[in-house]
Design a protein around this ligand. Structure first.
Ligand code: IPM
Ligand code: MG
Length: 358
């Protein structure tokens, strides 16, 4: 198996966590006899510094021709005041759009050895294992937008939430199929009591449910859904929702597991897939070796699974992560009182060692 992986370290902690994940991928490649070629490219604040744009055409081209993209994080407060079209976040939004990555999979699973690190009681968080399927290239993120000057007393700004039936159908298809391959339950999250776009969404879910007889479908309004996520996260199997609700709910769901630093994601469409941890660039701890690389390392596992069709390689990484956590190794975000945290690099190396030993 030969593959080319575009690698975007990005900003903040991005380069550190991606560095650790790359070493893990190399260890897997050595073990399995794969040949991986990494192609580093720039995006976000790093690209703004170098080229004056957040997403250079060269980066888009490299990503398009690669078999998969591994991304750390983008976003740097240094660029908070640039005009909105040049913000570092535009890089990730642009990549999602350019690569047609309409389906974002965010699996959220509590690791048994970390259950005590959850902000929720063990009795509440135990058994949590859900998959958020987030629509990623539509809705309010990409709808018509009007910026406005806060200094203008008559200013008015807007962002339009618009969804077409085909956009809704293709993300629901991903979600229904995922539910079929898991525990057979699909929760669709919307705000159909208020929003027209949600009423269309809900109607299409109901129409499609007939084609997926084995899947039990329920609808929740997003306010109730966000409450249910902390009341009883284990009730969910697959949760499907629009772009903005998925953004919000995935952070909430992630932290129930103890740390957002643990959670991976895959963004899929018709072409190259993109893999990134669900957290941001954490500029406050950048360059200090404090970041948890596990979210990125598990994203690399998803890369092997979905883009390279190497399920065994994916499981090798996931088992190594479990083993290292079970052995008690902790980065600062998941350390309990009395634990001596390991650095980003050390955590990566421990996982590499576990892969070699497997
Ligand atoms: C995420 C992030 C992005 C989003 C930002 C960085 C634009 O929060 O992937 O969840 O809002 O989609
Ligand atoms: Mg987010």
């Amino acid at each position: 198996m030969k593959a080319t992986i575009a690698v975007i370290g990005g900003d903040g902690i991005g380069p550190e966590i991606v560095g650790a994940a790359q070493k893990v991928m190399e260890a897997v490649a050595a073990k399995k006899g794969f040949s991986l070629e990494f192609k580093p490219c720039l995006a976000g604040g790093a690209a703004l510094d170098a080229f004056g744009v957040p997403l250079p055409q060269e980066t888009i081209d490299i990503c398009r021709s690669a078999d998969a993209v591994l991304l750390g994080a983008v976003g740097d407060p240094k660029w908070d005041t640039v005009e909105p079209s040049r913000r570092p976040e535009k890089a990730i939004l642009g990549l999602r759009k350019e690569l047609g990555l309409f389906a974002n999979l965010r699996p959220i699973k509590v690791f048994a050895p970390l259950i005590g690190r959850s902000p929720l009681k063990e009795s509440v968080v135990g058994g949590t294992d859900l998959l958020i399927v987030r629509e990623l290239t539509g809705g309010i993120y990409f709808g018509e937008r009007q910026e406005a000057d806060p200094a203008d007393p008559a200013a008015s700004a807007y962002d339009v939430e618009a969804y077409s039936a085909p956009e809704i159908k293709r993300i629901l298809e991903v979600a229904f199929k995922a539910a079929q391959g898991r525990r057979g339950k699909l929760t669709s999250i919307d705000k159909a009591n208020v929003l027209a776009s949600s009423r269309l969404w809900r109607g299409i879910v109901d129409n499609m449910a007939a084609d997926y007889a084995g899947v039990q479908v329920e609808h929740l309004y997003v306010d109730n859904g966000s409450m249910q996520l902390i009341l009883r996260p284990s009730q969910f199997d697959v949760m499907v929702t629009n772009n903005i609700f998925g953004d919000i709910l995935s952070d909430e769901a992630a932290v129930t597991t103890g740390s957002i630093g643990l959670l991976p994601s895959a963004s899929l469409g018709s072409g190259t897939g993109l893999y990134e941890p669900i957290h941001g660039s954490a500029p406050d701890i950048a360059g200090q070796g404090k970041a948890n690389p596990i979210g990125t390392i598990l994203s690399a596992a998803m890369l092997f699974r979905y883009s390279l069709q190497q399920e065994e390689a994916a499981q090798l990484i996931e088992a190594a992560v479990e083993r290292v956590l079970t052995a008690g190794h902790r980065t600062a975000d998941i350390a309990a009182a009395g634990d001596t945290p390991v650095s980003t690099e050390q955590m990566g190396d421990l996982i590499v060692a576990a892969i070699k030993e497997a």
